[in-house]
Design a protein around this ligand. Structure first.
Ligand code: BMA
Length: 822
């Protein structure tokens, strides 16, 4: 028998908290803005510049309410609690007109004791949510001194003073919609004789055995007893335990013979064991991945290394930074998360960083990461700001940290706890904190070590606490921004300072947890926010959907460095995506080949939360930008890459991330722009497990005496899928590319259409798009040579185009075709 539960999710009423306001239906879990949109009361916040018209909602107070029938079973219990996973943000909860509890942090789960407030028959619950923006302003007035935070074109002030998703208040890629809402689960449950607060485990690995210590925190109102039942892997342990009033710590040890180990994507499988724990009439189920995981951050002759070791293997982390999946929380569904995370795994990623300006993600998110082998670098939710160190603020954060650490520590995917995003560096961004760094550093440390580090150590000894990203480790308070010798770094000189792509060659990060380059989303995505008269990069709506001041100009400036200027918006968008892909490819190929000195690259950023020009590789809606297709290749387990040095040499490298040695054959061909071969070299080599191997060094003058008339193609055979890389000896704009005619033939049945491609001259960054249809080709943005045929398969997500529709929607683009027609 498990305790009775009454689910309160479903349709509620939402109204503004002022006399005479009219209620509208609102689904919970969900948010205010989604309900207003469904009721037709606000326009689409993502269209045009509507966001600006909605800023007054940031200052609105709200009431969610509903009635529900309480059944006998619930009233029989002496203790009944209301469980809310997340109340966003300043909440007062009333049951039948009486205050049941308050909350002022959306990252804390609440359980309010409510039995005395319930009565038989119909009951009413009201959740009042006060404006977080108003509260932040009020707090700014009572802080002992200014607590500075970052500034964005559209934003809610002082977002750092309230415990709410920081980017709800706007970001340099994000709209500002200060939604309020109720997320996750909301239910009433009896606590008879108690309830389980948390279950978490510790794994001890021995040869052929995993000893699992299961901890179960049970809250009980009174003295009593219960059975503790633990089931896993066909074993069932059961015993009687005494309960005392308050929190009881129960423990059980289970031995799992011949454990099947969990591995990150690309290194092995992701077996998950079902654990079930029953106690005090409550039940908790979770899935465990058995693995040993360590962050190895040790001093060495360079500085301080930084790498993840899993089941004894050093893993090169490949991935990107994750932001919330949608600015409207109601749209962050499991399907949406699954789509984005499947795309991450399909691009050979093995790690995502859940960035500190967003949120501790939902159970669905971590479930999916466990399943797909995506390790999670988990920031605590603090970003780009100073934060208060008042006793109230610290106490509030302590509750948050305790809850989140206990909630997430068992996840197979969880790789480490990180204190914040860029807060240490941010002390140098603001005049007030620069002038008085000591004061702000002391505050920083009170929050960082004083709360987060201490709680992480205490509540999760199974993971490392890393104070900040970037930083040089615990106890180091230097600004590590420019330091590539120690810990993790964020390398932004190419985007923020407009340096050329080969600036990436100048640094040797130990682990690069952020670096990025912007591009426009597809024309199709742009049309979802801009009317036809705004389809121009410098038109007001297009500038509104670009939050980095000067961002569009920076993209064009970089075009001028590498490319001939494209004709028309479609080509502009395409070229911006090629350029973005090249920037990140340059960095990743270089840093991967520096292993074991460098052991990870996470680019900024994987996804978008509204349709916008940004650093993402997946545009809003999940469609792959060209960077994502390129990432699938440059993150492949085994790659061949060419680096042109300042000394005029071309170095050829093989990088192998596999756990085993890879016998490989590489063909390097130098071709002219008609596709005629001018030279060829062959290499046979075996790249040892987890290594980078130099295959050869050649003077460019020898390989390509007229470097603007040729290019090089590297074709790698390893027994896995063939891998091609392309190298230009001079900027693309300096080459006289031939106007290739690409021919396409369509075959296959409706859901599985295959495109056969051929060309009469080399086609570079040859890209295909089926406009208006969700789905992806199995490869894209390729180099196609005359005399060869490539077959690319399109897999639709959701409704699939018929052959006819496919033909009509197909857009074929390549570099030479972007040139203006004379
Ligand atoms: C980083 C991030 C974000 C930001 C991005 C782009 O440093 O941590 O705060 O959006 O750069 O500027």
């Amino acid at each position: 028998m498990t305790n009775h539960r009454l689910d309160l999710s479903g349709t509620w009423q939402l109204r503004e908290d002022r006399p005479g306001s009219q209620p509208i239906p609102a689904d919970l879990p969900g948010d205010t803005h989604s309900a207003l949109l469904s009721a037709g009361l606000i326009p689409d916040p993502y269209w045009g510049r509507n966001e600006l018209e909605l800023q007054h909602l940031n200052r609105q107070d709200w009431i969610f309410s509903r009635t529900f029938a309480v059944d006998e079973a619930l009233l029989k219990a002496e203790y009944v609690y209301l469980h809310c996973d997340s109340l966003d943000t300043l909440a007062e909860v009333y049951l039948n007109g009486q205050l049941a509890g308050r909350s002022h942090n959306m990252f804390v789960r609440r359980r309010f004791e409510v039995r005395p407030l319930l009565h038989p028959g119909t009951n009413e619950i009201e959740i009042r949510l006060r404006s977080a923006e108003n509260e932040a302003r009020r707090l700014a007035g009572v802080m002992p001194y200014e607590i500075p935070c970052s500034d964005y074109p559209v934003q809610s002030p002082h977002r750092n003073l309230v415990r709410k998703v920081q980017c709800h208040g706007g970001w340099d890629w994000g709209c500002c919609l200060m939604v309020a809402g109720v997320y996750g689960e909301i239910f009433l449950a009896a606590a008879d004789p108690g309830c389980i607060e948390y279950v978490y485990t510790e794994q001890e690995h021995h040869p052929g055995l995993c000893r699992l210590k299961v901890h179960c925190e049970v809250w009980a109102p009174l003295w009593g007893e219960t059975e503790l039942e633990v089931s896993i892997d066909g074993q069932h342990h059961q015993r009687q335990v005494q309960l005392q009033p308050g929190v009881n710590l129960l423990e059980e040890v289970v031995e799992i013979p011949s454990p099947r180990l969990w591995w990150p994507n690309g290194h092995g499988d992701q077996p998950l064991y079902e654990l079930e724990v029953k106690a005090a009439g409550d039940i908790v189920r979770k899935r465990l991945g058995l693995r040993q995981l360590e962050l190895v951050a040790e001093p060495d002759e360079i500085g301080l290394g930084f790498k993840f070791r899993i089941n004894g293997q050093d893993i090169f982390a490949k991935g990107a930074n994750w932001i919330p999946a949608d600015a409207l929380p109601a749209r962050q569904t499991r399907e949406v998360l699954d789509d984005l995370l499947s795309s991450a795994a399909a691009a050979n990623m093995n790690m995502l960083r859940v960035w500190g300006g967003g949120q501790y993600e939902s159970e669905d998110f971590y479930d999916l990461c466990d399943e797909k082998g995506l390790l999670v670098w988990q920031d605590f939710m603090f970003s780009c700001s100073a934060y208060p160190a008042t006793p109230e603020f610290l106490a509030n954060v302590e509750e948050e940290a305790r809850h989140q650490v206990k909630r997430l520590r068992d996840r197979a995917c969880l790789a480490l706890w990180c204190g914040n995003n860029e807060d240490l560096g941010a002390l140098n961004w603001y005049e007030v904190s620069r002038k008085n760094r000591d004061r702000y550093l002391v505050d920083y440390d009170r929050l960082n070590e004083g709360v987060l580090g201490r709680v992480a150590d205490e509540c999760d000894p199974t993971h490392t606490f890393w104070p900040s990203s970037p930083c040089a480790g615990r106890g180091d308070y230097s600004d590590n921004w420019r330091d590539d010798r120690r810990g993790d770094m964020h390398y932004w000189r190419v985007w923020h300072e407009g340096r050329s792509f080969d600036a990436y060659y100048a640094v040797t990060p130990r682990f690069c947890s952020e670096f990025g380059y912007q591009s426009f989303p597809s024309l199709e995505c742009i049309r979802s926010y801009a009317p036809p008269d705004q389809l121009n990069v410098t038109a007001p709506v297009m500038e509104h959907h670009q939050r980095h001041p000067g961002g569009n100009a920076r993209i064009v400036e970089m075009f001028a460095r590498y490319f001939r200027l494209p004709e028309g918006l479609a080509n502009f968008v395409y070229l911006s995506q090629v350029q973005q892909g090249l920037a990140i490819k340059t960095a990743v190929e270089h840093w991967r080949h520096l292993r074991p000195v460098c052991m990870g690259t996470l680019y900024w950023q994987l996804n978008d939360l509204w349709p916008v020009c940004s650093w993402s590789s997946l545009e809003y809606g999940g469609k792959w930008k060209l960077l994502h297709h390129m990432a699938r290749r440059f993150y492949a387990p085994v790659i061949a890459s060419a680096f042109q040095t300042q000394a005029g040499e071309l170095e050829l490298w093989l990088t192998n991330d596999r756990n085993s040695a890879m016998p490989s054959h590489l063909t390097l061909r130098v071709l002219d722009f008609a596709g005629v071969e001018q030279g060829r070299r062959e290499f046979t080599a075996t790249a040892p497990a987890g290594s980078a191997l130099k295959l050869g060094v050649f003077p460019v003058a020898e390989l390509a005496p007229r470097p603007d008339e040729v290019f090089a193609v590297l074709d790698l055979e390893t027994g896995e899928s063939p891998y091609r890389n392309t190298h230009f000896f001079v900027p693309y704009k300096a080459c006289e590319l031939k106007p290739a005619q690409v021919r396409t033939g369509i075959s296959g049945k409706d859901r599985q259409l295959t495109l056969t491609l051929s060309t009469d001259a080399p086609a570079f960054f040859l890209s295909l798009e089926v406009e208006g249809w969700r789905g992806e080709f199995d490869d894209n943005c390729i180099t196609l040579l005359p005399g060869e045929e490539r077959q690319l398969r399109f897999t639709a997500k959701g409704p699939a185009p018929t052959r006819k529709q496919f033909e009509q929607a197909l857009a074929v683009r390549h570099l030479r075709a972007t040139y203006p027609t004379p």
